[in-house]
Design a protein around this ligand. Structure first.
Ligand code: ADP
Ligand code: MG
Length: 477
């Protein structure tokens, strides 16, 4: 258990905690850490606070800074992968044979590759997630869980979290920790890159289209970014795939118009899961967007660069060097954050992976090509799943990864309708990246802030939207 952070006598002071509970919830509401409810996900009439921790959680300063520092390199890596059809094809061939969703995305990629590029402007907004692995000697190291290149969320709401924890710590009479809460404003950082790409697109009336789901529980997270754009006089519209299918068209120059409005940027906050594509019309809308000269955030190549299969291929010796041929320091900097990742492709190497996982299932996580939380397989379940498909190509839809073992900390998780109790928790640090490229020139490449999420150690999988993790702030120690 961690010992630094908020002292245990404070955490166990029942009177104080009782007093803080209401203060915390009201403060989250006041500062706009909001989420719509499960029962009424599309109603602005009934909202609640987005789940969050009562106290900030300790994070070693050196590892926090390491994560921030490597972010611009990850931005470049993702961008270079997205422009390398040969690598993407090599990396994904075995996956797309058995995974229909990845195959459909890849088909769109191939299709747009055959046409001349419609837009020279590329906008990437991603989030690289890490856990701090506890070594046998007690030291911790930064290990990447994954990089999200599409619809990376919570940059908006987490921008409101420093004020919430600062206030809680003030009421708790913890001035030292209060001062340690860092400023963090990914909403502004993401909006800055969106604004830059919009400006480069160069049409004052053209809008930024947020491509959204029909269920919009997390709308306030979007709105934080959206309102930053409006404050810069950049118009924003929100549409679903179906709306784009019905009201969208490309003109002779491949300009995208939706309901008569020219679209400068399509910002995907949807489209990362198979169920987001409710019909063939959704897929046709995606293709129309990809073929257009609107800036896509992400474009289809960048979306594919964020797949777990690509992540696993990148961890092979010599692969990062292909993307940074003359930059051994960059290669080392990125590689240092990689956990062990193993192929399940057919052949000796994949057979070895299967044997390894079956022998020690608790040391690994089995991952399909899915996003959004709740899809990974852990522990004994790994044996069941692998036994059933170990000799079939079905296994190539998955990758295997070392299980990261972070050090647990004590904290309280506040969520609507759940009793407050002290529990052992694990944290995951996300770092937002934002970049804009025009042609061959990176015109912006930045780290846009961080996201700390914390979950009860009972849960193997994570995710705030999945209802497991909650919003937090790092307390650097
Ligand atoms: P998704 O795309 O569904 O978010 P992730 O790879 O981010 O998939 O995994 C979801 C969650 O599962 C993470 O937030 C983390 O809590 C847990 N997890 C994933 N990979 C590992 C790992 N290698 N070790 C420990 N926990 C992991
Ligand atoms: Mg994730």
């Amino acid at each position: 258990m961690c010992t630094n952070g908020i002292p245990e006598d404070v955490l166990r002071n029942e009177d104080l905690i009782k007093r803080l509970e209401d203060v915390a919830k009201d403060t989250a509401l006041l500062y706009g850490v909001l989420m719509r409810t499960k029962d009424k996900p599309n109603s602005p009439e009934v909202v609640s606070y987005a789940p969050f921790t009562l106290f900030p959680s300790p994070v070693p300063g050196a590892l926090y800074h390491q994560a921030l520092l490597v972010q611009t390199r990850f931005n470049e890596l993702v961008d270079r992968i997205s422009q390398n059809p040969l690598f993407l094809e090599e990396a994904l061939t075995s996956t797309i044979r058995v995974d229909d969703f990845t195959a459909k995305l890849f088909n769109i990629y191939k299709q747009v590759q055959q046409e001349s590029p419609a837009s020279p402007i590329v906008l990437g907004l991603n989030r690289s997630d890490y856990m701090l692995d506890q070594g046998a000697d007690g030291s911790a190291s930064l290990k990447q869980i994954e990089i999200n290149t599409i619809a990376a969320s919570f940059g908006g709401l987490v921008s409101r979290m420093p004020a919430v924890h600062r206030h809680i710590l003030k009421v708790a009479n913890r001035p030292e920790e209060q001062e340690q809460i860092m400023d963090n404003n990914p909403a502004a950082g993401l909006a800055k890159a969106l604004a830059k790409a919009w400006e480069l697109y160069g049409s004052e009336k053209a809008v930024v289209l947020f491509l959204v789901e029909d269920v919009q529980r997390n709308i306030y997270d979007h709105r934080c970014v959206e309102n930053e754009l409006w404050s810069r006089d950049i118009p924003v519209i929100r549409r679903q795939f179906e709306d784009v299918y019905k009201g969208g068209m490309l003109d002779k120059d491949k300009k995208l118009f939706v309901d008569g409005q020219e679209v400068a940027i399509v910002y995907f906050r949807n489209g990362y899961m198979p169920q987001n594509y409710k019909s063939e019309q959704s897929w046709e809308a995606r293709l129309m967007i990809e073929r257009s000269c609107a800036v896509k955030c992400p474009d289809i190549g960048t979306h594919l660069a964020g797949t777990k299969k690509v992540q696993q291929e990148l961890a092979r010796p010599g692969v990062l060097e292909r993307f940074f041929p003359d930059e051994p320091e960059t290669v080392a900097q990125i590689f240092a954050t990689f956990a062990g990742l193993y192929t399940l492709d057919m052949g000796d190497e994949g057979d070895k992976t299967v044997a390894m996982a079956l022998a020690n299932p608790d040391q690994y996580v089995l991952k399909p090509q899915r996003e959004g939380g709740g899809n990974n397989i852990y522990g004994e379940e790994i044996c069941r799943v692998l036994e059933s498909m170990k000799n079939s190509t079905e296994r190539t839809a998955y990758i295997l990864m070392d299980k990261i073992q972070p050090r647990p900390c004590l904290n309280y998780l506040l969520r609507p309708d759940a009793p407050l109790r002290l529990g052992t928790c694990l944290s995951e640090l996300g770092v937002f990246g934002a970049y804009v490229r025009r042609g061959n020139v990176m015109v912006m490449n930045e780290c846009a802030g961080h996201l700390l999420r914390t979950k009860s150690s009972e849960h193997a999988d994570g995710g705030v939207a999945a209802g497991v993790a909650v919003l937090d702030n790092p307390l650097l120690v």
